[in-house]
Design a protein around this ligand. Structure first.
Ligand SMILES: *[C@@H]1O[C@H](CO)[C@@H](O)[C@H](O)[C@H]1NC(C)=O
Ligand SMILES: *[C@@H]1O[C@H](CO)[C@@H](O)[C@H](O)[C@H]1NC(C)=O
Ligand SMILES: *[C@@H]1O[C@H](CO)[C@@H](O)[C@H](O)[C@H]1NC(C)=O
Length: 209
């Protein structure tokens, strides 16, 4: 004889299902009614709007949107994060150039070897300058705002000059086209990130005037 569920166990299954449904629905309601999605949307919108006034808005948004939760809508955190992202990229590129320079040692004409050495040095200088600007940013207070922003601006401008000199110097080098383009595009990327960070620094500096 087949064991049919008794009416009472069937209704307890119904009760279970009902409770389960209520739990699911209430958790959906509590998710949608919480502030979080609006907050996230606002944070992302803040980055989008801020990036809009930089020279490379798409790169800007791509490099910063994953930090939206941390940046929220703070221009200071936006600027600091842009500098940190730029430093990470500059460090990686500087290391890559240094490795490349060593691996090509003895295989370049003296003038090209010299150009590459210059470039390695300029990138390394730009890493130092970015580090100094980040150090200055961490000292930013209401009381030293103008002076500090001025220093930050000076360091980051110097970094951008060094990166541009390096990428220009690389243009004329007569090495393997693929290597040259790959390397040059990495340096250009660092310079573009730096340019974007500089735009935020200028905005932040003038917001306080
Ligand atoms: C999101 O932005 C809107 C309009 O810009 C504002 O009214 C709202 O309070 C913001 N929400 C949060 C959670 O910051
Ligand atoms: C970005 O700037 C352009 C003009 O420069 C403007 O038309 C557009 O609405 C802006 N977009 C955002 C998301 O702020
Ligand atoms: C940037 O990096 C420095 C050093 O790691 C850190 O102290 C600082 O909090 C970072 N700033 C932001 C805005 O992430």
């Amino acid at each position: 004889m087949r064991p049919f569920p008794s009416p009472s166990s069937s209704s307890s299954i119904h009760l279970f299902i009902s409770i389960f449904m209520i739990l699911i629905i209430s958790s959906i309601i509590s998710i949608t009614s919480s502030e979080k999605p609006y907050q996230d949307a606002n944070n992302t919108q803040f980055i989008r709007t801020s990036c809009n006034s930089t020279n490379y808005p798409r790169l800007c948004f791509a490099s910063l949107s994953k930090h939206a939760g941390f940046i929220q809508t703070s221009p200071v955190l936006l600027t600091g994060t842009a500098l940190n992202v730029t430093l990470a990229s500059a460090k990686a590129t500087s290391a890559m150039m240094s490795t490349l320079s060593k691996s090509l040692h003895g295989r370049l004409k003296p003038r090209e070897a010299a150009a590459l050495r210059d470039c390695v040095e300029q990138l390394s200088d730009s890493v130092d300058e970015l580090r100094k600007s980040i150090g200055e940013m961490s000292e930013l207070r209401e009381s030293n705002f103008e002076l500090t922003m001025n220093d930050v601006q000076t360091w980051v401008s110097a970094a951008l000059t060094d990166e541009s000199t390096c990428s220009d110097g690389f243009e004329g080098a007569s090495m393997n086209g693929n290597v040259k383009n790959t390397v040059r595009s990495r340096i250009v990327l660092v310079a573009q990130l730096t340019s974007n960070a500089l735009a935020f620094i200028s905005q932040l500096a003038s917001s306080h005037a």
